[in-house]
Design a protein around this ligand. Structure first.
Ligand code: BES
Ligand code: ZN
Length: 458
């Protein structure tokens, strides 16, 4: 009965909820770019006042990087800690956006209405689903369902450098909750909600290879002078063999084979691999041979070059022999693969392939292990059933190819298990131009949280 009242309140308030989300989306809180430092403060302030507007006392806490927002409210079991990140990815290439990334709007698309703008899904739209669910709950009940802690981070998209020291500093306070609820993942498909139980880890490495002390004329020096772009691309080309396996020594240590039961469970999900690739104009899976597309994303490690630069890349043509070349390389990790061992082994591969006259510099862009969530706690099944009530199809336990290192940190530094529920779709264009969040995800996401809370609060 009261759940119905909360759901009705959510439906009635939807337009205002969208306006609040649009307010947050207007703040360009790009964490990786120092030019947007003040905007990250503004986004944190916005969250503090939005929490206050439905009765949660919260505060901004500074870190050496961007601030955290922490709030506590309510009493009773279980004590839940809700996590979201208010920072967003850079918008470039800006020319590919069909609108100003920080001037959000509702757009009609063939698949329904969407909220367009940077962060619409990742993670502002998602975090606002639970904020709006609590707002509605408070409006109907006059109180909160249980003890709740809110934690919002502003550095997730740049590797969470301040998070571990912060968790250590506030350990007594932040280890009080029983479980972390993380809203930063996706649906299984448009009609099938999901609880994500496996996340890949991530290792980020940047390498710069230098040769001559300056850029040279490639006619005058081409031949005798070594070209760092050729050295770099030869190294990169050697990182995979012809079957798609990664050649770094020891790389597959700790990579488990899928159990038969998980394999069967995944086969039952009826994943549409053709459609998944077809939606981005691809047709042939390019990962390790002999693996299904779902395995490639959820349970196999990868090595990808995310960016490469050197020499002349502007308009026209320049016969230059560059002095240096750089690549940004990331490894997605699974099982118990050790990011630090992989970093060392990768660096050794690079050094061993380095010819005379070349030097290499490495810079580290974060290292986190994969995580697997146990679903034994009865609240997982309760949440799964609650999600199933809201969406056309029953909820599934799924994997995720992306990385949310904080889930591992909450376990390691606070002893907190995590439950990951989110409402993103594969076509939300996270980290890309024209990011969007379906209005349906936003609306049903808010309703889903009300149902989940109703189901797991004792
Ligand atoms: N929300 C994403 C994680 C995600 C990606 C969930 C794809 C579902 C599908 C998160 O904000 C993210 O992008 N994480 C980064 C890692 C971070 C350390 C930069 C990622 O996965 O690249
Ligand atoms: Zn995210």
């Amino acid at each position: 009965m009261t759940l119905d009242a909360v759901l009705t309140q959510i439906d009635t308030d939807l337009d205002a909820s969208v306006e609040r989300l649009k307010d947050l989306l207007r703040i360009p809180s790009i964490s990786t770019d120092p030019a947007f430092k003040d905007d990250c403060q503004t986004a944190a302030d916005w969250l503090v006042s939005d929490l206050a507007s439905f009765g949660v006392e919260a505060e901004k806490r500074q870190t050496p990087g961007h601030p955290m927002v922490i709030g506590h409210v309510g009493t009773g079991a279980p004590h839940l800690m809700f996590y979201g990140h208010y920072d967003v990815q850079p918008v470039d290439p800006l020319s590919l956006w069909n609108r100003d990334p920080f001037d959000p709007a509702i757009e009609e698309t063939p698949k329904g209405k969407v909220i367009r703008g940077r962060g619409a899904c990742d993670d502002k739209g998602q975090l606002m689903t639970f904020m709006e669910a609590f707002r509605a709950w408070k409006a109907v009940h006059g109180s909160f369902p249980c003890a709740i802690t809110f934690i919002f981070e502003g550095e997730e998209e740049s590797g969470s450098p301040s998070l571990i020291p912060f968790l250590k500093e506030y350990k007594d306070e932040l280890s009080q909750p029983d479980m972390a609820m993380i809203c930063d993942t996706g649906l299984f498909n448009r009609d099938t909600p999901a609880i994500t139980t496996m996340l890949r880890g991530l290792l980020g490495e940047e390498i710069t290879i230098k040769a001559a002390d300056k850029d040279l004329h490639s006619g005058m020096f081409g031949g005798p002078a070594i070209n760092p772009i050729r050295v770099l691309t030869r190294i990169i080309a050697s990182l995979h063999d012809e079957t798609g396996r990664i050649t770094v020594p020891g790389f597959y240590d700790g990579v488990p084979e899928l159990s038969n039961s998980l394999k069967a469970q995944w086969e039952n999900l009826g994943f549409d691999a053709k459609g998944f690739l077809g939606d981005v104009d691809l047709s042939v899976p390019a990962g390790e041979m002999g693996r299904s597309v779902l395995e490639m994303i959820w349970s196999r490690p990868t090595c990808e070059v995310n960016g490469i630069s050197g020499g002349y890349t502007g308009d026209g043509f320049k016969t230059v022999l560059p002095a240096e070349a750089t690549a940004k390389i990331s490894f997605r990790l699974v099982g118990t693969q050790d990011p630090f061992a992989i970093r060392e082994n990768f660096r050794k591969v690079v050094r061993d392939m380095l010819p005379e006259d070349c030097t290499v510099e490495f810079s580290d862009h974060g290292a986190s292990q994969a995580s697997v969530m146990s679903t034994e706690d009865p609240s997982f099944e309760a949440a799964r059933l609650a999600l199933s009530d809201e969406w056309p199809r029953p909820a599934a336990f799924i994997g995720c190819g992306g990385s949310i290192p904080i889930a591992g940190y909450f376990q390691e530094y606070l002893g907190l298990p995590s439950m990951l529920i989110g409402f993103g779709n594969d076509d939300d264009q996270l980290h890309s131009p024209n990011e969007k969040y379906d209005l349906r995800s936003f609306h049903k996401g808010i309703r889903s949280w009300a149902r989940v809370l109703d189901a797991i609060v004792k």
